[in-house]
Design a protein around this ligand. Sequence first.
Ligand code: ADP
Ligand code: 5GP
Length: 209
Amino acid sequence: MAAGSAAAALLLCRAVFDPAMASEGSLPGRLFLITGPSGVGKGTLVTALLARHPQIWLSISATTRAPRSGEVEGQHYFFRERSQFEADVAAGGLLEWAEFAGNCYGTPRAPVEAQLAAGRPVLLEIELEGARQVRRSFPQGFQIFLKPPSFAELERRIRGRGTDREEAIVRRLERARIELAAADEFDAVLVNADLDEALKQLEQLMGLV
Ligand code: ADP
Ligand code: 5GP
């Protein structure tokens, strides 16, 4: 990859992750967060990242969404009834949570804190409202916004994935416009045009290469 194209992929970066600045108070681990509209390629990119850097611990979220074909309990999500989810919220068991396209999603608190305490890099892959909550509770975390090369390409990817019904696709695209407008809040904005290039940029942002 030419240096020029690498620079072009990284649309905006206020800071590259600085390990010296990153410990969360008494917790020695580092907290990274990746967000961006549904269908932009967060899951794809994170899977590729973890394959190359297995030391990173990915938080598994709780959700009230029904499992998609092939999704496994405890691996992709902890699938919960709404009443169970609400009980978790009431008990303070979630680090953050938000409603997205008609379903609730949240990050179980205890495993994140345990992994950070053990000194592992922790990665959250969550939507905008959750990212904002995490920014308040972990201001030294490093937050990356993943952007599509265009809105038309985002729609092609959501539809091409083939996992959502038309109604869900419409809700996700509506939500995507709101999320894209918030990109400037993040420590870095990365365009996922070419996947390999985006992966290299992500590794650089996270101080992994
Ligand atoms: P998200 O987790 O953000 O909802 P996914 O990882 O499920 O998105 O990706 C949505 C679709 O886009 C998938 O079919 C995936 O294979 C495809 N995709 C991801 N990254 C790229 C890319 N750089 N170029 C083309 N297609 C991509
Ligand atoms: P999906 O239904 O496509 O798996 O996820 C929908 C959206 O919910 C995605 O933007 C994803 O990043 C987000 N999400 C997944 N887990 C969490 C979570 O724990 N908290 C929040 N706030 N969002 C999440």
